[in-house]
Design a protein. Sequence first.
Length: 387
Amino acid sequence: MARSAKGLGRNAAKKATARRRAPAAERVDAPAGDDLPPGSVCYVWPRGPGGCEKTINLALQGGGAHGAFTWGVLDRLLEDGRIAVDGISATSAGAINAALLAQGLMAGGPDGARQQLHDFWNAISVASSRMAPLMNWLDVFSQGWNRDLSPGHLAFDLASRVLSPYQLNPFGLNPLRDLLDQTIDVDRIRACETVKLFISATNVETGKIRVFDHKELTVDAILASACLPQIFHAVEIDGQHYWDGGYMGNPALYPLIYNCQAQDVVIIRINPIIRKGVPRTARDIDNRLNEITFNSSLMREMRAIAFVTKLIDERKIDDATMKRMYIHMVEADDLMIRLGVASKLNPDWDFLCHLRDVGRARAERWIASTMDRLGRESTIDIREEFL
């Protein structure tokens, strides 16, 4: 099977180019005094006449392998070329996508970011298929891409309920660390400011959210943001220990409100909020609890945004520090509710490409329906969705 981003997206790219050729990224010198080698460059999206038409912020949820859906959405936005990104707030798999996006933009513009995303998800598939044969054992019991009933997943699930990762993995081995070390150029991300980056993790002892901006970014910060406590050891940073950021911010929106100029926030949602019916099995109950937990912080922030927006609209406040935000959403709840919890650990390349293609299709639909409304209004009913 072809592994090239050019091969995988050739037809779609030709169609997009026929409609509109994306503007080339502008090549600029890296800031003086940074840690990059002499002569290093960054790329920034061109803005204004002849450049990008709109500027947005991105909010990227986590969800394991389901993050390939976000990859697809980002791929389509980058291909379109009319939308620039001011800031990205992200958690877990979203944090990895965010770092790859930022790094790719700096190193090679939109095309570089698309290639970075493709190469990483391909590497995840290759590495996981080699290092996790137990999860693929006897897939005859799986239902399509769902692996909830596979003996490998059931054995792993049972073991994780009885034994902690400190018992199952006393040396704290994390294959994701090696892959991120090979993929993420932390110095480049910290030195350049093509986009503002905000990565969330949860402090184990205080229960508070910790947001790492791009100046503080490390591989450990990304690992902390993606640290599921049932699978990995807590990640220690400066004497503090962290778990997955999804518990307290999936993702956090306030860094985009207070630190970015763009008023539009596009949430790429992976975790369904509404799921009809009462779960009956232990597996389905756990899955639903996970969805509720990982959406709770987002729902709280959306309630606050709705409240402030109402005050602004009713002219009950006249405070320049209260910024009106426009909220948008790209999601695939109809697909995600059909996927079992084990599919979040499914590294199969065909599955990841399927999610990518769904993400591209949903982004295409979103661009067509929303482009003209950016900077003017929200395109979701916040009260209906979150209150």
